[in-house]
Design a protein. Sequence first.
Length: 185
Amino acid sequence: MESSVLFKSPDGTAIVIDIPRSLEEAQVLPGQDITRRIASATPRDTPWQVPEPKKDTAQYVSPSVAIAELMTLESVKAALDAVRASYDGPWYLPRVTRKQAGDSEPIGAELHADVVRKRKHEPSSHPLEQSNETGPYIPEKSHHLQGTVESQREAFLQNAPQFDLIVLDPPWPSRSVKRKSNSCM
């Protein structure tokens, strides 16, 4: 199965990742095959059509915020231009979507039923998997905490792994958040 990293610029400043595949990869240990697939909607080929705001909000934005927005917009445009100049492959991988007429690939409940059927013949190494086939899926070598954040704080702090957080968005600007924050003024 293909990696979730579709493209990485030589300097590492721009990376194209298929998010559903990255989530599937995160559920298995390195080197293991992906056995569980995420069912998702068909990916968009074009950006969402975002209407322009009816009010002129520029008068409410401070100069420093306007400069920061322009710098961010230019950084994103430069990164997208660099990716488009160096990469002509797909922006997403084939994925499991809603079942269409004639489609033989299982999704949702069917996929879960297939996995459960296969697991009934293979003993699980995880105690929660053995006791409840339809319960939550706990990946191998992961830690399960059940309770409130306050009650599990110490256990979490003792066992929490160190990791980098990557926040991704579609490769086009989304003005909906900006409009929402401006409407609160």
